[in-house]
Design a protein around this ligand. Sequence first.
Ligand SMILES: Nc1ncnc2c1ncn2[C@@H]1O[C@H](COP(=O)(O)OP(=O)(O)O)[C@@H](O)[C@H]1O
Ligand SMILES: [Mg+2]
Length: 408
Amino acid sequence: MMSNPYTPGGRPRVFVGRDGERRWLRDRLARVVAYGEMMGPLVVATGPRGVGKTSLMRDLQAQAQETGFVVAWVAGVKQQPFLADVVDRVTRALDRADRLERPARARVQEVGVEVGVGMAKVSATIGRGDNSEVGSSAALVGPVEDFFHTASHLVRDAGGAGLLVIIDELHAPLLPRSDRESTADPRASLDAAVLLNAVQNMEAEREDYPLGVIGAGLPETKAYLTRAATFGERTHEMVLHVLDENTARQVLTEPARSLGVTWSPEALAAATQASGGYPQSLQTIGAATWDAAQPDEGDTITLADLKAGRSVSDAGLESLFRARWEVATAFERAFLEAMARHTDNEIDRAAVAAELGVDTDALGMHRRSLISKGIIESPRRGSLRFTIPGFAAYVRSLDDNPGGPAER
Ligand SMILES: Nc1ncnc2c1ncn2[C@@H]1O[C@H](COP(=O)(O)OP(=O)(O)O)[C@@H](O)[C@H]1O
Ligand SMILES: [Mg+2]
C-alpha cells in the first residue's frame, strides 16, 4: 500500500499555484541577493485560517535558503510579546548557519543579548503600569536596528545573500485582550511599534541592510499593526484568496501523480466543487478519498472512491467548522445564524442587524470579535462574509438540527 500523499493541516507535499505571489516574493529576494539591500517595507500575507499562509511562507523559506539566505522563523503567540523571540530565533539561525565563523556567531550573540536586556527593562516598566509607550519604543528602535544590521551583515560578509525573518501568526500577539475591548497586550503592541519603526528606518537606508522581514496572519493583521503604530499603514499586504478551479484541481492531482495515480474527471470535478477552492478542504477531501481508494501505481481514483471517503472527509471538514463555531459567544452564534440564513456569500451589515432586530451600531463589538476570531471578514465597508467556503451551510445544518450537526 502506498502512503497517503495529502497533508490536511500540514505543509503540502506538492505546493501548487500562488504564482503571482511567488514571483513577487522571488523578485524581492532577488533585490537582496543582487544589491545587498533591504527587501522593502514590511510585507504581510493575510487570509483566513487554512487558506495557505503558512504553506506560502514555508515555500518562501525554502526558496530563500536555496539562494543563500539565513532564515529565522518565528510564530506569534496569542497576546504575547514577540520581539524577544525574533531576536532569539535570528541568533539561533545564525548559530546553525554553517557558513559563519565562530567569532561572527559570538558577535551576534552579544548584540542579541544587549537588545534582550533593553527589552526586558522596557517590559518591566510596562509591567509596573508605566505606559509611556512612545518613549519606550523610541529607546528600543535603535538597538533593534543595530541588531538587524549586525546579523544581516554577518551573513553577507560570509558570502551569503542576507537574512530573512518570517513571522507567522503575526495577528496573534496583537489580538484584543477581550471581546469587549479593542486594545491589545501593551507589551505586544510595543513590540509591533518597535518592529514597524525599525523596518521603516532601515528601509529608508536600505543599502545598509541585506534583510527581509515578512509576516503572515489573519485578515485583520494590517489593521492591528496600524493600531500599534501609524507606520503599520505602509505595510504591503498580500491577500491570499481561495484557489481558482484549475489550481484547486492540482492540489488533488499533483500529489497523486507523483505516485502514478490519476483522478477521474468526474471525481476531480466533484471534489473541487465540494471544496470551494479552500486548500484545507482540498487536502482533507484528498486524504479521505485516498484512504478509501487505497490505490496502487497506475490506478484511477473514481467518484465511487470519493463517495466512500465522504463520511471521513465530512467529519474532517465538520471539525474544522466546529472549532470556529465553538469559540463564538451566544450572541455571535445568533449573528452567524442570521448571516447564514441569508447568504453563502456577502451580506450587508444592516441586513444582519435587521434580522436580529438590533441597531447596526449594536453589532459593532460582536462583528469585531467575529472578525478577530477569523470567522467572518469585511470585504468592503458595510458588508460581511464568511471566511471559509462551506461554513454557511454548516451553520444552517445546526439550525435544522438543534441537537447538533446533521447526521448523514
Ligand atoms: N499552495 C498550496 N498547495 C497545496 N496545498 C496547500 C497550499 N496551500 C495550502 N495548502 C494546504 O492547505 C492547508 C492549510 O494550509 P496552511 O498553510 O496551514 O494555511 P494557513 O496558514 O493559512 O492556516 C494545509 O493542509 C496545506 O497542506
Ligand atoms: Mg498558518
